[in-house]
Design a protein. Structure first.
Length: 621
């Protein structure tokens, strides 16, 4: 008689992982760990499960000592999601890396000043040496001289700064501001070199968990490893991540290698998200990197994968992509592919999405200002936020004749309806009528189907005082008055002041019709996103657009990944990881659209690698 082996269920495959992590989270016998969790394996679920275990087991002891559990996330959205799942428990302090770093060093003004003095002095000396050796009079020389001027001025002003400021989501352009990179470098330096800072960290957070640890700033990670090595009897450092999903250069190479021997290294094998065909694909893609393989869940559907290859020079790519979606609807029998809003389309660069969604005119000018890019994409840049969060909701409410929404927005945003304004008004009814008149006046800009420019809207609102105008827009809103004119010291420090003013001018020339699709894109509600922006997310139908020529990037080259003339192994591997991330977003079906200089070469390569079967590759629509 042959004994049959018991069949492993999905719960059996990874059921041990959460228990292993819970065993590490012991305040009397702490144990640091690195959790390997591939795409769709439920990494965030394990993180939240670990935090709920802490709530249940150590809530009172942590609260009694005034301690918290620290959690570092990669995005604000991830931070908000974890807080929501934990019912906003103040015991769990969830922050992005920049917010976390600033919370440690804020107020250490003397130490910050002395670190800046050393750093700026070294930077100036290095630039002066480069200038002495380099050619004079060319563009590179001009840039060096400008940097020397700015850094020297900042160095001279250090003693006049009593209090340094910083915003994790702001532009940080004031003379007393620290930049994003400076905050991370300062924090890592203090954690590495100052025992007092290590004591502050471990005393405040006896447990610190890092989500997406593979993309977390390498200097901070290195410093935290030093803290853990020194305080291993009282401090748990828990890393959650997957090196195959490392897509930013800021992360630490080989984070999962050569870990201390006393670290736990639980791993997850199951992919809960993807259909079997997608799991097979991402396992093939990954096999050349680290050999880690996943298993589909037992009840996973087979799913569909298709690779569409077209020549780079084809015209009207949006029309081709629409045809791809229609063909996917036929192949899969899923009518969801016939509805653009039911497809998540991933572009390699934001401009590609802006072009396809129709907000390129308002997007490009502000996106090209390096110092604004982060806050612009996060939706916090005042220049753009005024139109997306103030003007757009008001205009939509008026067009829909939603009187309650109009009243709510006006009460919240209009300076004409502040308590002070109402108290000062001789007749409050007349004051309310001012608001109604101002809104009616604003809406005339859309008369007869017109699509007014942002500048016309801005000046109309400024004239009626309907809404508060951001400082950065006042020079444009009130052209005959003096607003936003920096003093000499500030002007010397603001290297790109004229560039920013020019960017605002171009931005305001855009038509208002572009604001709504732009707002939808920023919120994640649009059917477009970037390859990098969807890490951690999942969608039923995914279309990945791979077009090196249109993207104009240098960090990722799909031509190189698909057997082209390589610009370097590092570029190939970074593109492989990005490809893995995009493919693994699909829950039901996946369409990959490659625009290639040599379509036949791409076809031959992916068949040879075993990524796709011949009948899964389509070269004409």
């Amino acid at each position: 008689m042959i004994d049959s082996q018991p069949v492993k269920t999905d719960e059996d495959i990874d059921g041990h992982v959460d228990a292993e992590i819970a065993a590490c989270l012991n305040l009397t016998s702490p144990h640091s760990f690195f959790l390997f969790a591939g795409a769709g394996s439920g990494k965030t679920r394990s993180l939240v499960t670990a935090l709920k275990h802490i709530q249940k087991t150590f809530y009172e002891s942590l609260k009694l000592k005034g301690q918290k559990v620290g959690v570092i996330t990669f995005t604000n959205a991830a931070s908000d999601e974890i807080k929501r799942r934990l019912l906003f428990d103040p015991l769990i302090d969830v922050r992005t890396i920049h917010s976390f770093a600033w919370s440690l060093i804020e107020g250490l003004n003397h130490d910050i000043r002395e670190w800046l003095r050393i750093e700026l002095t070294a930077d100036v000396r290095e630039l002066q040496t480069e200038e002495e050796k380099g050619r004079k009079g060319n563009k590179a020389s001009a840039i060096r001289l400008r940097k020397i001027e700015l850094k020297t001025l900042r160095l001279q002003n250090l003693n006049n700064i009593s209090h340094f400021v910083y915003s994790p989501t702001g532009d940080n352009r004031g003379r007393d501001s620290l930049s994003h990179s400076e905050v991370l470098r300062l924090t890592s330096h203090f954690l590495s070199k100052k025992p007092t800072m290590q004591a502050i960290l471990t005393g405040r957070y006896p447990i610190l968990l890092i989500d997406e640890s593979q993309d977390t700033n390498r200097h901070i990670v290195d410093a935290l490893f030093e803290v853990q090595a020194t305080h291993k009897s009282s401090f748990v450092l828990g890393l959650f991540g997957d090196m195959m999903q490392r897509i930013y250069n800021d992360g630490k190479d080989g984070l999962d290698q050569n870990l201390p021997e006393d670290w736990a290294t639980p791993g997850k094998e199951l992919n809960f998200r993807c259909p079997r065909r997608v799991v097979t694909l991402i396992n093939k893609v990954r096999s050349a990197a680290d050999g880690q393989q996943q298993k589909p869940r037992s009840n996973a559907v087979d799913g569909f994968v298709r690779l569409f290859i077209f020549p780079t020079g084809v015209t009207d790519k949006p029309m081709i992509e629409q045809a791809v979606a229609r063909q996917m609807a036929q192949i899969t029998g899923d009518e969801g592919w016939a509805n653009p809003n039911e497809i998540k389309t991933l572009t390699l660069e934001h401009r590609m999405a802006a072009s396809r969604m129709g907000f390129l005119d308002m997007f490009v000018p502000l996106y090209q200002v390096d110092s604004w890019r982060t806050s612009f994409l996060e939706g916090s840049l005042p220049v753009a936020r005024f139109f997306t969060e103030d003007v757009l909701p008001l205009v939509n409410a008026k067009k829909g004749e939603d009187r309650f929404a109009i009243a709510r927005i006006a009460k919240a945003l209009s300076p004409l309806l502040t308590p002070e304004a109402l108290r000062a008004a001789e007749d409050q009814a007349a004051q309310l009528q001012k608001v109604i008149t101002a809104i009616d006046q604003l809406m005339t800009l859309w008369k007869d189907g017109a699509d007014p420019s942002l500048l016309k809207i801005l000046r109309c609102i400024a004239q009626s005082k309907l809404l508060e105008i951001p400082e950065s827009l006042k020079a444009n809103a009130f052209p005959d008055e003096s607003f936003g004119r920096p003093d000499q010291a500030t002007e010397a420090q603001e290297d790109h002041q004229s560039d920013r003013a020019e960017a605002i001018d171009k931005f305001l020339n855009a038509p208002f019709s572009q604001v709504e699709p732009f707002a939808a894109y920023l919120s994640g509600e649009a059917h477009f996103d970037t390859h990098q922006g969807v890490k951690g997310l999942e969608f039923d139908r995914v279309m990945v657009i791979m077009d090196d020529e249109e993207a104009r990037g240098f960090l990722f080259k799909y031509e190189d990944l698909f057997g082209g003339r390589s610009s370097g192994q590092k570029t190939v591997e970074s593109t492989r990881r990005l490809f893995y991330v995009t493919c693994s977003r699909a829950k039901r079906s996946l369409a990959l659209v490659a625009y290639a200089g040599a379509p036949e070469r791409v076809r031959d390569f992916v068949i040879q690698e075993g990524w796709f079967n011949d009948d899964e590759i389509i070269t004409s629509i």
